[in-house]
Design a protein around this ligand. Sequence first.
Ligand code: SF4
Length: 499
Amino acid sequence: MSGIFGVVSKADCAEILLYGTDYHSHLGTEYGGLAVLGREFTRHIHDLRQSQFKSKFFDGYKRMEGNKGIGVVSAFEEQPIYQNSRFGPFCIATNGIIENEEELAAKLLKRGISFSEVSRKTVNTTELIAKLICQGTDLVDGIERMFDAIEGSCSLLLLNRTGVYAARDRFGYTTLTVGRSKDGWAVTTESCAFPNLGFEAVKCLEPGEIVLINEDGLVQQRPGRGKVNQICTFLWIYTGFPASDYEGVNVETARERSGRFLAKRDKDIHVDLVTGVPDSGIAHGLGYAMESGKPFRRPLVKYTPGYGRSYTPPSQQTRDLIAKMKLIPIRDVIEGHSIVICEDSIVRGTQLKNFAIKKLWDGGATQIHVRPACPPLMFPCIFNLSTRSIGELAARRAIGALEGHDLADVSPYIDHTSEKYTRMVDWIARDLGVTTLRYQTVDDMVKAIGLPREKLCLYCWTGHCPKGACPKAAFDIMETTRSSRRRQPAEGVDQQKLW
Ligand code: SF4
């Protein structure tokens, strides 16, 4: 994921832009970028792989002059992109992922449109989005056409002389919230950027909605598309910052409710203390402790200075190194205790096993009960980057081990009341080396967030998304699942041959 922040102020905006963008550092670890428009555009982009956002931008931002700007912390690529287009010059920052970008780039190349921001990939996604927007009759029309052309998700901020245009992904997978202060307006992926900068959230954009903020205020350019809203459930489970709200639902309180649901189903275990894997497991653990009446303690503490998330860097080696170094065990809290440890999710399970569970056993825990705040992950995200590939997922490895191969139709393993589900969870528990493992159910996860189920993307767990909101990659998986259901093997027939 990436995080984007835009501001229009009465005075110079660079300082607000710096701190507002920095509040998205938990979302991306690759590149950061700021663009400010005064008499002219100034733009800085830095590689963040070895250092934090503020340290890279602290000197440069003081030389950025202008009252409007946009910033981004990106998990993928260099942004914001500058374009001198037939609609005038603009800078653009995006948050999303496009499944059909090669196909779209090829079409544009055929029309004689060139790409310049080519570095680690064949196309810079944000540049592609900029070029697609320039195919419209004006910027707003171009954004709408771009929405229709892409498979995937895209929220964006576009800065030009008129102000900052903000457009939320047409299916709402990622969010944008508009805030107001006495000196101006801002728009942000994470609403936690607002309170300390003096902004109050006034509006969460609807899926597909396009607004403009400028010196005159907030002007809607296009209403939301209304029909489908598929906000990413993982924002509450893991990726979002605790102080942020999406669709009016705060992350911290949703996590606490999630922990309470986990505790409600745990009447059969004895534990001495409850904890959470820092940081995102903490609030789930607090909710569990509140519900169970057991003390919340910290057998593992995170050495916060200098360590980002162990999830966001693309290299597995870097992720593992961060995971190993950042959690420090406290033997005094661990020794002789039966511990419930809440975790946001289990993706591969290797970091949890090697760098949290091992430290607890080594520290002298007598029992370890793991409680992930979401169901087993079955499908990689194809909307805005989450899990990497099917084969890496702990649940899929369990299914592969139990069946002898992965299945096209995993629905029996998704049903938490089925025997297959129980066998899969037992396999993962053995693999992790824990006393018990009990996942959150889809229903309780949805209840913990508190939005209607149809407003949440549950694709990671169910493999389903509403008609029309489904990129081709997801559609193909769903089709495979459907057709494999039609071809249920007769008893005694080797399933491997049919699939
Ligand atoms: S598939 Fe998962 S990570 Fe991707 S948008 Fe949906 S809930 Fe979020």
